[in-house]
Ligand binder design. Structure first.
Ligand code: AMP
Ligand code: ZN
Length: 106
C-alpha cells in the first residue's frame, strides 16, 4: 500500500531490523518505546485496522497473537501486554494493523 510506513518497512524501502519474520508477519522494535520491551507485530498483508477487517483476516490476526506468544517466550518475558489500538480515537496512529507487545521485563 502506497504511503503506508509499515508497508515500506515490510518491503525494505525503510530499513528496519526484524526480530522475527515468517511468510505472514514481521516483528520489530517500536521506535518510540513505551516499556522496557516494546515490539510491534504486524501482517505483511496491508489491513488498515481491526475496524475494517475482512472475512478471513481473523486467521492472520490469530497468527500475530501466536507469534507474540512465541517471541515473548524466546525473550523469556515472564509477563507482557498485547495491545491493539483501533481508530484515531482509540490511539491508532499507523493505519496498518499491528499488535504492541509491551513488557517491563526483557
Ligand atoms: P499506534 O498508535 O497503535 O498506531 O502505534 C504506532 C506505533 O508505531 C507507535 O508506537 C510508533 O512509535 C511506532 N512507529 C512509527 N513509525 C515507526 C518506525 N519507522 N519504526 C518503528 N516504529 C514505528
Ligand atoms: Zn501497510
Amino acid at each position: 500500500m502506497k504511503d503506508c510506513i509499515f508497508c515500506k518497512i515490510i518491503s525494505g524501502e525503510i530499513n528496519t531490523a526484524f526480530l522475527y519474520e515468517d511468510e505472514i508477519c514481521v516483528a520489530f522494535k517500536d521506535k518510540n518505546p513505551k516499556a522496557k520491551t516494546h515490539l510491534l507485530i504486524l501482517p505483511k498483508k496491508h489491513i488498515a485496522s481491526v475496524a475494517v477487517m475482512n472475512e478471513g483476516d481473523e486467521q492472520t490476526i490469530g497468527h500475530l497473537v501466536k507469534c507474540a506468544k512465541e517471541i515473548a517466550e524466546n525473550l523469556n518475558l515472564p509477563g507482557y501486554k498485547l495491545q491493539i489500538n483501533v481508530g484515531r480515537d482509540g490511539g491508532q496512529e499507523v493505519f496498518h494493523i499491528h499488535i504492541h507487545l509491551l513488557s517491563n521485563y526483557g
